[in-house]
Design a protein around this ligand. Structure first.
Ligand code: SDX
Length: 459
């Protein structure tokens, strides 16, 4: 852990830099300490603001709010920089494997050869599911979305692994982290097999993490399955690129769930649910559907026009990012991996042509340039996953498998800080002020407002 982290409280007490807030109504001023991290924007410590000034800050979507201090991932959105514990994503994607990155995110350092051997062996030894869990799948319809199945099964893990739910015990916290990292590929692959109506394929301890994931998804009992090393490497790189990304929506969901003392399995299930949204991890599935809908390059102008139309809420999926106002560095690596995989498989996917032409046009268009909308991590990943023969409804499952280590690393960081305060944001109340109850027989009769009024429509 960086020295900086341990000194935040001390820095608040002895801050030399303040933002002074002046209330021109009551004429009072409030000095708010400014805290500095290892790099990136400084923060104004507003923890005493409500106590001293009786006001809240207002920041829907948290566009200007730091929710915590963390030493795991650093993003510089203006310059398209992403680093995990100081290592650039480009370096990690090129030179490490996914379990190296898991160890790095969990422990803060890349593993030594001995540490790598032990960690890989530990993860491998946790890849099977409790046999009773396999029966849980039978409660779902065969045509259920695999993400719906994954949310349910991961939430159920706390009904099976009671010896790793005591969040006050660091050893149990680490065991839960190992179990989640190890079992997510099995849970995801079984979700896929169940929806396909094929038998589950057990993990093999002789295979690497990514080789196992491919085998559990695509092997069938009727024939030998040989893992293609190029595809396994591509999958491993996809997992690395999706491993963690600071305080994104699903990671913040995991932190908020964890702040109440919920067990780690329940917290990760909450993160999976949040990731599923098309504005977040569900975007990779949405990108493929968008490219298939566009169909050919000559249709691109029509979709660009729709995306720019303020009256149309249509958006180019895979474009834009809350933090990156430059190229998402992961998208660059993903695009190269896309070419490698399609080249290796000899696939000439017209959707890649459409994607590249869409990117070329969009990044030159004023609407996108002014709003700093560039391709993000989801723009190319779907094309690779399609080339790996995954159905689109499995794309976010792969994202969830990869991001589990990021979620659990943030949860572990928060839990190891000792007394975690429960997350409890406030609000700007704009509802009715106090009014007296009236019995139904004296209330003015009104023409029925109709159903749309009941569900919040404008009826
Ligand atoms: C991920 O946070 C993370 O780190 C997430 C993630 C991770 O690793 O965890 O990186 C993974 O979720 C990547 C993002 C995947 N989502 C998509 O690709 C969906 C399409 N993109 C968006 O809907 C949007 O760009 C967001 C949600 C990603 C970001 O939205 P913001 O930051 O709230 O930006 P905004 O909605 O305020 O948009 C700013 C402007 C608006 O126009 P104006 O009102 O200023 O006129 O840009 C426009 C938006 O209409 N805009 C788009 C657009 N994205 C934003 N217009 C067309 N197409 C788009 N994709």
């Amino acid at each position: 852990m960086s020295e900086k982290k341990a000194n935040v409280e001390a820095e608040t007490a002895s801050a030399q830099h303040y933002f002074t807030l002046h209330d021109n109504v009551n004429g009072k001023s409030y000095d708010l300490p400014v805290l500095e991290g290892s790099e990136g924007p400084r923060v104004i410590d507003i923890r005493t603001l409500y106590r001293d000034a009786g006001v809240f800050t207002f920041d829907p979507g948290f566009t200007s709010t730091a929710s915590c201090e963390s030493g795991i991932t650093y993003i510089d959105g203006e310059n398209g920089i992403l680093r995990h514990r100081g290592y650039s994503i480009e370096d990690l994607a090129e030179n490490s494997d996914y379990l190296d990155v898991c160890y790095l995110l969990l422990h803060g350092e890349l593993p030594s050869p001995e540490e790598k051997g032990d960690f890989d062996q530990t993860i491998t030894s946790h890849t099977m599911l409790h046999e009773q869990l396999n029966y849980l799948y039978r409660g779902f319809r065969r045509d259920a979305h695999p993400m719906a199945v994954m949310v349910g099964v991961v939430g159920a893990l706390s009904a099976f692994y009671h010896d790793s739910t005591d969040i006050s015990d660091p050893r149990q916290r680490m065991t839960a982290a190992h179990r989640l990292i190890a079992k997510m590929p099995t849970i995801g692959a079984y979700s896929y097999k169940y929806c396909m109506g094929q038998p589950f394929v057990y993990p093999s301890n002789s295979l690497s993490y990514s080789e196992n994931l491919l085998k559990m998804m695509f092997a069938v009992p009727t024939e030998e399955y040989e893992v293609n090393p190029v595809l396994a490497r591509a999958m491993d790189r996809i997992l690395i690129l999706h491993a963690d990304h600071e305080q994104n929506a699903s990671t913040s969901t995991v932190r908020l769930a964890g702040s109440s003392g919920a067990n780690p399995f329940a917290c990760i299930a909450a993160g999976i649910a949040s990731l599923w949204g098309p504005a977040h991890g569900g975007a990779n599935e949405a990108v493929l559907k968008m490219l298939e809908e566009i169909g050919s390059k000559d249709q691109i102008p029509n979709y660009i026009k729709r995306a720019k139309d303020v009256k149309d809420d249509y958006r180019l999926m895979g474009f834009g990012h809350r933090v990156y106002k430059n190229y998402d560095p992961r998208a660059k690596v993903m695009r190269k991996t896309c070419h490698d995989v399609l080249g290796e498989l000899g696939i000439n996917d017209p959707l890649l042509e459409v994607a590249m032409e869409l990117e070329r046009i969009a990044v030159e268009d004023d609407y996108f340039v002014e709003r700093k909308l560039y391709p993000n991590v989801d723009f190319y990943s779907g094309i690779i996953l399609k080339a790996l023969r995954l159905p689109t409804n499995m794309f976010t499952v792969i994202f969830a498998i990869a991001r589990t280590v990021g979620w659990i690393a943030h949860w572990k960081e928060m839990m190891s800080e000792g007394s975690t305060k429960i997350g409890r944001p406030r609000q700007l109340y704009v509802g009715e002020t106090e009014r007296k109850f009236t019995a139904v027989d004296v209330r003015e009769s009104k023409q029925s407002r109709g159903w749309s009024w009941l569900w919040g429509g404008n009826g």
